[in-house]
Design a protein around this ligand. Structure first.
Ligand code: PGA
Length: 238
């Protein structure tokens, strides 16, 4: 299966920092799909000045029209963006995005030739109450009931425990392996098998172990993707 090393810059990076990253980052996408989702205003600069895939952190479920502040997949595609994160936990928690709206966004991304990186994950409370698989199932079933084997190469599932994002806490390798295997098994029940990437405090120090888990096809990285040196080290681990 294809492997992915994806960076989510969130609302970070000044133009100077974006320029420095572009100058210093030497990797290019070939067998490994390397992607960065910067703030949307920096997409054109990165498209011109890097050899990797550039995407957005969110996209609209609507085609076009009176949706102030939204990013239309059609227009992202027009610029040359290649993917969109969808349903990141910060979008779900801070902007009240629902799984249903995420499914609509994925449909819209796919019909405009963007790879959809669908983010799922449980909160700390859900983890502690042993509800991880139930939560993931609820986030995944609407996807599996909507899409089919034909969409196989256009969707990636990002498993990101909410409690591991930006906290320095990472589930044990056994847990990551168990949960990502569960995701693959559930998809297979629907005759679909998407690449599954892990996200949440991925760093150069833990990438070797995480990248060797057979049910993990890559990583989605926040903090450690901001600097060319650390993101490059993560890419080279695959
Ligand atoms: P982090 O963020 O790597 O800084 O934990 C991951 C994410 O939000 O995708």
């Amino acid at each position: 299966m294809k492997k992915y090393c994806l960076g989510n810059w969130k609302m970070n990076q000044s133009l100077e920092e974006v320029k420095a990253f572009s100058k210093d980052f030497q990797e290019s996408s070939n067998d490994l799909y390397i992607g960065i989702a910067p703030q949307a205003i920096h997409i054109p600069y990165l498209l011109e000045n890097t050899q990797i895939f550039i995407g957005s952190q969110n996209c609209s479920e609507h085609k076009s029209g009176a949706f102030t502040g939204e990013l239309g997949p059609q227009f992202l595609n027009e610029l040359g963006a290649k993917f969109s994160l969808i349903g990141h936990s910060e979008r779900r928690q801070l902007y009240k995005e629902t799984t249903e709206s995420c499914i609509e966004k994925i449909k819209n991304a796919l019909s405009n030739d963007l790879l959809a990186v669908y983010c799922i994950g449980e909160t700390l409370q859900e983890f502690e109450q042993n509800q991880t698989k139930e939560v993931l199932k609820n986030q995944l079933l609407p996807l599996l009931e909507t899409f089919s084997i034909n969409d196989q190469d256009n969707i990636v599932i990002a498993y990101e425990p909410v409690w591991a994002i930006g906290t320095g806490k990472v589930p044990t390798l056994d847990i990551i392996s168990d949960v990502t295997s569960y995701i693959h098994d559930l998809c297979l029940q629907y005759k679909q098998d998407y690449s599954v990437v892990y996200g949440g405090s991925v760093k150069p120090a833990n990438i070797k172990d995480i990248s060797q888990i057979p049910s993990v096809q890559g990583v989605l990285v926040g903090g450690a993707s901001l600097k060319a040196e650390s993101f490059g080290a993560l890419c080279r681990a695959f």
